[in-house]
Design a binder for this molecule. Structure first.
Ligand code: ASP
Length: 323
């Protein structure tokens, strides 16, 4: 064998067993929002079962800022070796390109999608003593008092931000917008009455609604949620145009070896099949993807369609806002 080829063969042999051994140390999963929010909660629940399948701990690291795009930018630039992955969502991997013209990553090109973890319906919620008994009264109060009301969100381009932008484009007014580093801290302030309302992912709202520490006016999906069956849909409650839901999904940086992505996707799918993991997510109101909705290909298709969808939605919201 010519010298160069022998060297190549030796290098390939050397690379083979090293890859096959993945994972041989803990894996970091970047959550681009503060602890205690939906992205963090979904990451920790799914990550716990994935760790068992993979035989290595998945360690969550919260890297916050700029509606989740700070953490995702950092995660996208990490070594594509399977030891740095991330929990993205409809904001970071759907709406962000429409909101940030100078975004440092392209959700459709700069990632190795692993799989969808949870679908998350959107709710309109308010502090418990908000002076409106139902969604119609809420909308009327918002229209009459917009300038005096504070809406909490998880940063420009986040799910809470974009979904409330959509609400404003339908209602025709906009409240004062208060940015947080995630739903965790935003929700704390909603519970203590420092802010007035939010639009957000169902996941960590459910325990607060059940405890009566916040009020839920409507869920923006065609059907009610089995986790909180008492909350009407926006259609039932008089605002049928407000239909929107979000999702959380696992991504690796582009260039991550396909066999590593396949192992991650398999571990995520096993988590979604596990009775206890399912129950924990379903009790929080998440919709779990069925088999065809899981895995890298389904997620790549979802991201491509979400980026296109939010470009159109944000254009319309901006045009409505400018009127
Ligand atoms: N749900 C949040 C958002 O509005 C983020 C979080 O998960 O904390 O994007």
């Amino acid at each position: 064998m010519p010298k160069r080829l022998a060297f190549l063969a030796a290098a390939l042999l050397a690379a083979g067993p090293a890859r096959a051994a993945w994972p041989e140390r803990p894996i970091t999963m970047i959550v681009p929002f503060a602890a205690g929010g939906p992205t963090d909660v979904v990451a920790r629940i799914a990550g716990e079962h994935m760790s068992r399948t993979l035989g290595q701990q998945i360690v969550v690291e919260n890297v916050t800022g700029a509606g989740g795009t700070t953490g995702i930018t950092r995660a996208a630039q990490a070594a594509p070796d399977g030891y740095g992955i991330m929990m993205g969502h409809m904001g970071t991997h759907g709406a962000a390109p429409a909101v940030y013209p100078n975004l440092k990553y392209d959700p459709t090109k700069d990632f190795a999608p692993v799989g969808m973890a949870a679908g998350t319906p959107i709710l309109i919620v308010a502090r418990k003593d908000f002076p409106a008994k139902d969604l119609k009264e809420f909308v009327a109060y918002l229209k009459a008092n917009a300038a005096k009301l504070n809406e909490a969100h998880a940063g420009v381009g986040s799910v809470s931000h974009t979904t409330c932008s959509l609400l404003y484009s339908i209602v025709g007014v906009e409240a004062a917008r208060v940015a947080y580093r995630g739903t965790g801290p935003a929700l704390n302030d909603l519970v203590s009455g420092q802010v007035d309302f939010m639009c957000d992912q169902i996941v960590n709202l459910v325990p607060q609604i059940q405890a009566g520490t916040i009020k839920a006016y409507a869920i923006a999906t065609p059907e009610r949620s089995p986790a909180i069956p008492e909350v009407p849909t926006t259609k039932e409650a008089g605002l049928p145009a407000y239909q929107v839901s979000a999702w959380n999904a696992v991504f690796a940086p582009k260039g991550t070896p396909p066999e590593v992505v396949a192992k991650l996707a398999d571990a995520l799918s096993k988590a979604l099949d596990d009775a206890n993991t399912r129950k924990r997510l379903l009790d929080l109101g998440a919709d779990l993807p069925d088999k065809p909705g899981r895995g890298p290909e389904a997620l790549q298709r979802l991201v491509t369609s979400e980026v296109a969808r939010w470009k159109a939605v944000i254009k319309v919201s901006a045009a409505e806002g400018a009127k």
